[in-house]
Design a protein. Structure first.
Length: 188
């Protein structure tokens, strides 16, 4: 059993007969009244996001998880297939278990959290940013670097990302996976 002081991003816990992962949390100590912890939790089974407030010192039932590195192999339409880099075993997950499947390309290494009680995968964490190639966008205009204007662009994984006007087809860009936003152009 853990308490609210053990809450951190990525912690998995049992709540209302389901398993939730902490996405965001904030310890609040008002001037009047007891302290509390505001959390934003995501269900690992349904994907539903829940806002909840725990009073300070509240007991929570955390779940012991292990993290393993897996390589993304392919998507067969229904399942996403991954291979463990340590022992080469393969697992398959539904799209609902993934946060941003549209930003994954084949061969990408991800971290998968596995429940140690029943060896079930809980969540898939992408790297903080990924490098993807632009496959379709309007032609860029040279010198359009001073404004914050953007245009939609399709990347090799199929996702649509808003990019600055100077980006062309064939350019490689770095995309922040948490928000799915353009970060920078990669020079080769």
């Amino acid at each position: 059993m853990a308490t609210t002081s053990d809450i951190r991003n990525g912690l998995c816990l049992k709540y209302n007969n389901d398993i939730y992962k902490i996405i965001e949390f904030l310890h609040v100590k008002p001037g009047k009244g007891p302290a509390f912890v505001r959390t934003k939790m995501k269900s690992v089974t349904t994907g539903k996001v829940l806002d909840n407030t725990f009073s300070a010192g509240h007991k929570i039932e955390d779940i012991r998880v292990e993290t393993h590195k897996f390589q993304y192999l392919y998507n067969d339409g229904e399942f996403y297939h991954f291979m463990n880099e340590a022992d080469y075993t393969q697992i398959r997950l539904l799209e609902s278990a993934l946060d941003r499947p549209d930003l994954m390309k084949e061969g990408e290494v991800v971290t998968i959290q596995i429940n140690t009680e029943d060896n079930m995968p809980l969540s898939v964490e992408l790297p903080a940013s990924v490098v993807l190639e632009i496959t379709a966008t309007e032609p860029g205009v040279k010198g359009n670097t001073a404004t914050n204007a953007t245009k939609p662009a399709t990347v090799e994984s199929g996702a649509i990302v808003n990019v600055p006007l100077f980006i062309n087809e064939g350019d490689k860009i770095k995309v922040e996976t948490a928000k799915g936003t353009y970060k920078e152009r990669i020079k080769e």
